[in-house]
Design a protein around this ligand. Sequence first.
Ligand SMILES: Nc1nc2c(c(=O)[nH]1)N[C@H]1C(S)=C(S)[C@@H](COP(=O)(O)OP(=O)(O)OC[C@H]3O[C@@H](n4cnc5c(=O)[nH]c(N)nc54)[C@H](O)[C@@H]3O)O[C@H]1N2
Ligand SMILES: Nc1nc2c(c(=O)[nH]1)N[C@H]1C(S)=C(S)[C@@H](COP(=O)(O)OP(=O)(O)OC[C@H]3O[C@@H](n4cnc5c(=O)[nH]c(N)nc54)[C@H](O)[C@@H]3O)O[C@H]1N2
Ligand code: SF4
Ligand SMILES: [Mo]
Length: 693
Amino acid sequence: MTSSVVSTICPFCGVGCGLDLKVQDNQVIAVEPIFHHPVSLGQLCVKGWNAAFGIDPGNRITTPLLRKIDTFHPISWDEALNHIANQFTDIISNDGPDALGVISCARATNEDNYAAQKFARCVLGTNNIDHCARICHSPTVAGLKQTLGSGAMTNSISDIDSADLLVVFGADPTENHTVLGGRIIKAKTNGAKLLVVDPRKTRLAELADVHLQLNAGTNIALINGLLNIIFSNNWEDTDFLASRCENQKEFVESLADYPATKVAEITGVAEELLDRAAYLYSHAQRAFLAYGMGITQFVSGTNNVIGISNLALSCGQIGRVGTGINPLRGQNNVQGACDMGCLPNVFPGYQPVSEPAVQEKFSSAWDCTVPTQPGLTSLGMAKTALGGKFKGLIVMGEDPVVTDPDQQLVQRAFRSLDLLVVCELTMTETAKMADIVLPVVSFAEKTGTFTNCERRVQLIQKAIPSFAESKSDWRILSELATRMGYKGMGWQGEEAIFDEMVRLTPLFSEMSYPKLIEYQGLQWPCDESHPDGTMLLHSTSFSTANGKGKLIPVRYVPPDEQPDDEYPLVLTTNRLHFHYGCGSMTRKSPLLERETPDGVLFINANDGESYNINNHEDVLVSSRRGEVSTRAVYSEQVPQGLVSMPYHFKEAPSNRLTNNAQDPVTKMPELKVCAVKIKPIKAGALPISEERL
Ligand SMILES: Nc1nc2c(c(=O)[nH]1)N[C@H]1C(S)=C(S)[C@@H](COP(=O)(O)OP(=O)(O)OC[C@H]3O[C@@H](n4cnc5c(=O)[nH]c(N)nc54)[C@H](O)[C@@H]3O)O[C@H]1N2
Ligand SMILES: Nc1nc2c(c(=O)[nH]1)N[C@H]1C(S)=C(S)[C@@H](COP(=O)(O)OP(=O)(O)OC[C@H]3O[C@@H](n4cnc5c(=O)[nH]c(N)nc54)[C@H](O)[C@@H]3O)O[C@H]1N2
Ligand code: SF4
Ligand SMILES: [Mo]
């Protein structure tokens, strides 16, 4: 028997906790926290503790698979890669490079993601590269870029300890960023105040000094209302505004449309509570503001983010330890996938694809002619496929059939493709639709880097050999590139990829693997002026062109779909502590699976009674796009008129119901609000929705 312990990083959320994998006979048999880890300080949440189940050999894809009609047949790597290379080459010559695209994976490493965007740009010749940040924090990237010049957490997680006010705005960190959420509870216990803004009474809302339980989708009205109170009382930070911001006059004028009475009516929040919240935020010494999907997943997502920025700039709550704007990036490496340029408009390090000097730099470094037009977003690719102009797609570890809005549209789009390739650990609903499925190695079987939500690039280490015939995502892309005649992706290993990325990305210019080990991770920017990385952004000036923080007026726009006589309830979607994303990993753990039924609709008991639906009874939920049968659970977390469903369950996919109306700037769909109706499925009655037939 051989055994070892290998230190690495949790493969689930953006907190980036350190974990030790205990290995025996080439299998991970246990997971333990790392006491001296700079982020997690010896803690893990239940998903981290259960990480080994998600990569268990029993559930993995072992060989490349080719679909013939409805069954999958094992094929060799040579057959699979030749098939893909030939078909992609045909599509490029018949329909042009923009008929192809890549969806990369925010769960995979920076090295895998760097390879994905280089493959799209150099080998396919298109900027059609995107990933789940589109439906997660793309409004953060776009919004904070405009106001601060950089779309990432301005502080470090450890800053929570030095704040005297914690603001949790549209996020549920005890469930979703659990180790960080625990730190918020600890800070509260040590005397900090807590302000929560959420239509649901989350666990943190129950502990909060003030809970603004706004109507879903009314963030901008609320934020502008708070700002109106702040400026009317002269509670703003005049020195900070004068020295570090611009556009104050126009901005303050725009707030006149948001008097407290009107704001209370739109948001459903009492005027006294608005006053208290405005006072608390403007008078705090250091206010650590964290926000999440309750800000971004709206047609007004980008403007919501700008609103958050307006609030922080007006009160001078940014640029110091303990105070700032902190988007809680979701996936273990979604910060990294964005940083690596897996977005249709930017190269690594947010260098714009439309700038001639940048194009020249990458064309010459990569020895190819890079495409110059921004590419399609993930939903853009789906919609173009439906229009017949998009033909082939590689999905590297995402499960859009379960996780993208409007499931039926996604399925129709995938069915219309000539070639769908899915690189996965396990047979997800999306993999089941693929023409070719390629087995990939898991986090425990590879080396590379993940970047957590506080911009910390951390090394992950290979603990066990590759499972069966699986390969790293980057290696698959590299082998495909060679077959398609491009020689610039023949790296020897992960470190060579990282070093190439560093050479081309000013934000990372002083990073290297040995340095990441020495420092236990480094936070970007890590360049000549910040060789030890950067814990705090914007301490003396912003990253905008002139160094000023920009105040931008934003107007409240109601959600795209309002409840009406036919669809009288508002549906929002949330996450459960015990499950992650499409559930393809967490649902393999019997302990996690025990915690929840396979799908659930949270409903206020009063609504349950009005609609004749008992607690734990089966219920049919319908929207204008589809219907789902699931189980109703009475919950005091949701007020009357609002129901909530998690999106982890393929048996009860809330994304069959959600609306794909999009934010005009980022194409973020409105995952947090749509209108639904519900009715009980009484025992003996015919079940209706398709998965029960
Ligand atoms: N257990 C678990 N953890 C996860 C994940 C997971 O799937 N499971 N996923 C990871 C990922 S990818 C991400 S992006 C993060 C997401 O983490 P969070 O951002 O915390 O995500 P959600 O729970 O979807 O939404 C946050 C909150 O927004 C609230 N909300 C809804 N509408 C509004 C509104 O109009 N205004 C305001 N202010 N709030 C509103 C909801 O009630 C909810 O409490 O979690 C990560 N961590
Ligand atoms: N209704 C509703 N829908 C939502 C949301 C919501 O709040 N409400 N949230 C949205 C958000 S914020 C996000 S981020 C998305 C997430 O949506 P997805 O990205 O589709 O969700 P995950 O479950 O993280 O899927 C990742 C897949 O990657 C695979 N994987 C893990 N590691 C690797 C690897 O190294 N390589 C490869 N190739 N594959 C790997 C896993 O097996 C898993 O199947 O969901 C979105 N969908
Ligand atoms: S908080 Fe996030 S990173 Fe930490 S153990 Fe839990 S899932 Fe993993
Ligand atoms: Mo996310």
